[in-house]
Design a protein around this ligand. Structure first.
Ligand SMILES: N[C@@H](CCC(=O)N[C@@H](CS)C(=O)NCC(=O)O)C(=O)O
Length: 204
């Protein structure tokens, strides 16, 4: 296997997931700022032109971070970061989907269509007027999440640290560097962020 890696929250999710499992594989850095991911060689790996991509041993290129992590979990089940039982896996997938659709997606597009417009307008369809609304949606869903975490849970799946935490952590910390700082009023999320940030894998 080989990871085609770059800057950005999505590749960081895969690196953090691998670090938690102790997976070490070759990596090749693709110059995202320079647009290498939008050129022919990378489009052959991932026709979406996005990062990261995992080349499997049979030469197949797997893109999209959640399926990449699902694949790694099957190949390296220990420690489980999605779940060891059908129930645990289902709970993690529920939270992963909520984080991905409700928080990461509006947050990212809020950035792409706003602060990131100059960079992204040549790469994807951008709707600048949607940026403030998308940021508002992400902020509102984070408030909702904060309320969900008022029950004293350590992680999104209670006592289990999972892919859902990794996904949320990478997006919240990234967004904080590009104009969407975490709201300190979300005290449960703030405490959770510190808990996840203290893990060695957060530096991956
Ligand atoms: N849904 C994709 C999102 C991938 C994505 O947006 N990657 C960003 C890096 S964090 C990227 O490639 N941005 C540069 C570009 O779109 O040109 C996934 O799960 O992998």
């Amino acid at each position: 296997m080989k990871l085609y890696d770059s800057i950005g929250p999505n590749p960081q999710i895969v690196r953090m997931f691998m670090a938690e499992k102790g997976i070490e594989i070759p990596k090749q850095t693709v110059d995202l700022r320079g647009g290498e991911n939008r050129q022919e060689a990378h489009l052959k790996r991932n026709p979406m032109g996005q990062m990261p991509s995992l080349e499997l041993d049979d030469g197949f290129h797997l893109a999209e971070v959640v399926p990449i992590c699902e694949y790694l979990e099957e190949k390296y089940p220990t420690p489980p970061l999605i779940g060891a039982t059908a129930e645990e896996r289902a709970e993690c997938r529920m939270w992963t989907r909520r984080v991905d659709l409700n928080i990461a997606e509006p947050m990212t597009n809020g950035f792409r269509f706003g602060e990131g417009l100059k960079f992204f307008e040549k790469r994807v369809v951008c709707v600048p007027e949607a940026s403030p609304g998308l940021k508002k949606i992400a902020a509102h869903r984070l408030q909702w999440l904060n309320e969900q975490m008022a029950d004293g849970r350590d992680y999104l799946c209670g006592k289990r640290f999972t892919l859902a935490d990794i996904l949320l952590y990478c997006f919240i910390t990234f967004a904080g560097t590009v104009g969407q700082p975490p709201d300190p009023a979300n005290k449960n999320v703030t405490a959770w962020l510190a808990r996840i940030g203290a893990r060695p894998s957060a530096k991956a």
